[in-house]
Design a protein around this ligand. Structure first.
Ligand code: URA
Length: 440
């Protein structure tokens, strides 16, 4: 077999067989096939796509390129959720304890943030003492005992993706749905859960800019998951404005703690957008797991666990299990890192907030220190942005729209300019867009 022939076959729109894909991926991981040939194949995939069978085979081969986590010794259904990335997306921090409170087993591996999007591992590390580097035995033991553990992804998981993604990044082949889907699903499948719930974000702040692209990605990922024997479903949700109102690592933990408090669900006050998505995911996962008789019943059960304080208790236990101080739940202000500088960003116009672009807000938070531009950059856990006004809110000239939190103001002017771009205020009231845009 020759890599040259396989590139030509894909270039001409034909599907590669399992043997051929195994030759290509195996050869690449073992340094037998050079970067330039795999880059040419990736570009051929970019233009020609892949069949459903090819996508499943590619994902399986990528999974087999490294370590696979065996969760079989944990009794019950192991569940995982993946978001394609957004700004102020606190859902995992709230969803994981709700699912564990429901009796599902959450053995989760998460990533770090890069660019304008945040990562759950960074957020959890803002809690003093919280360990994201549990040994495999500690990880499994904790899930058995408490129903929930979350660690960083190890370097041994899907090495083929690590190598391929770095190559795609510099050869303009990231934006290929079969390659994105196999990349994401290979990591989820290698991490071992039985049930995978996907939250595909769409909008300014998301990887997928249009609904059609997001829907196609969701369909392809669900199909791969099912073909490889996992219960898989997806929702498509809006990321036109940041999901939560706090953007930055410790700030997002603060918001999650506030949203886990039972008092947030008293009376008839409206549920925040972050909770709309979290409860939707919880309801769907409970139903898919066979735990609830319908999605609506699952959603109601999720709310019951929030109202009763059970989800908050599981969250506290989770922090303590992983070495953090559970008192952070009672006094987040005292135990979480806080920025030395705070500054309001003011409206220069009256009217209604029409747009609040997640991408610009995420980039502004990153410039204040909350994110990293390059993989090895260090982040400032306390830095970020608190949104005081969101789409639909009425504002007067001089009202505070947002609050900047930072320790190092080197880039504050740029951050302010980005916020000026992010907020668009006009006279008319904006149309209400739904958060849940589709499902697969
Ligand atoms: N996220 C991934 O993990 N892989 C991709 O290819 C794109 C986004």
């Amino acid at each position: 077999m020759r890599a040259n022939d396989l590139i030509a076959k894909k270039r001409d729109g034909q599907a590669l067989t399992e043997e051929e894909l195994a030759y290509l991926i195996g050869g690449y991981v073992n340094d037998k096939i050079p970067d330039y040939q795999v880059a040419a194949w990736a570009m051929a995939v970019y233009f020609q796509g892949m069949t459903a069978e090819e996508r499943a085979i590619l994902t399986k081969l990528m999974v087999q390129s490294g370590e696979q986590i065996d969760l079989a010794s944990i009794e019950g259904l192991k569940v995982d959720k993946h978001s394609t990335g957004g700004v102020g997306d606190v859902t995992t921090l709230i969803l994981a304890p709700i699912l564990a409170a429901m009796g599902l087993k959450v053995a989760k591996m998460s990533g770090r943030g890069l660019g304008h999007t945040g990562g759950t591992i960074d957020k959890l590390e803002s809690i003093p003492g919280f360990r994201v580097d549990l040994t495999r035995a500690e990880f499994i033991e904790q899930v058995k005992r408490s129903g929930l553990a979350l660690v960083g992804q190890t370097g041994q998981l899907v090495p083929a993706d690590k190598k391929l993604y770095a190559l795609r990044d510099v050869t303009a082949t990231v934006e290929s749905i079969p390659l994105i889907a196999s990349s994401i699903m290979s990591k989820k499948i290698a991490a071992g859960s039985d049930l995978i719930m996907l939250d595909v974000k769409v909008g300014h702040g998301a990887f997928m800019k249009t609904f059609e692209e997001a829907e196609e990605l969701a369909q392809v990922m669900v199909e791969i998951g099912k073909q490889l024997g996992r219960r898989t479903a997806a929702v498509i949700t809006s990321m036109d404005q940041p999901l939560g109102s706090m953007i930055g690592n410790a700030l997002e933990v603060r918001e999650a703690i506030a949203l886990l408090q039972p008092r947030a669900y008293e009376g008839s006050s409206a549920i925040s957008p972050a909770m709309v998505v979290t409860i939707e995911l919880a309801g769907r996962m409970a139903y898919l797991a066979g735990q609830s008789t319908s999605i609506d019943v699952g959603k109601k059960e999720a709310l019951d666990h929030l109202r009763s304080g059970r989800a908050l208790a599981v969250f506290r236990q989770w922090i303590e299990d992983q070495g953090g101080n559970g008192a952070v739940v009672d006094e987040p202000e005292k135990y979480l890192p806080r920025a030395t500088e705070k500054e309001f960003f003011l409206a220069n116009q009256s009217g209604y907030v029409q747009r609040l672009e997640a991408l610009a807000v995420g980039r502004a938070a990153s410039l204040l220190g909350a994110g990293r531009e390059k993989k090895d950059d260090t982040i400032d856990m306390a830095a970020g942005i608190v949104l005081l006004k969101r789409i639909g809110d009425q504002v007067e000239v001089g009202d505070a729209l947002a609050e900047l939190h930072y320790n190092n103001g080197e880039h504050r002017e740029e951050a302010l300019a980005l916020l000026r771009e992010a907020y668009y205020i006009a006279e008319e009231t904006p149309a209400r867009e739904p958060l849940l845009l589709g499902e697969v």
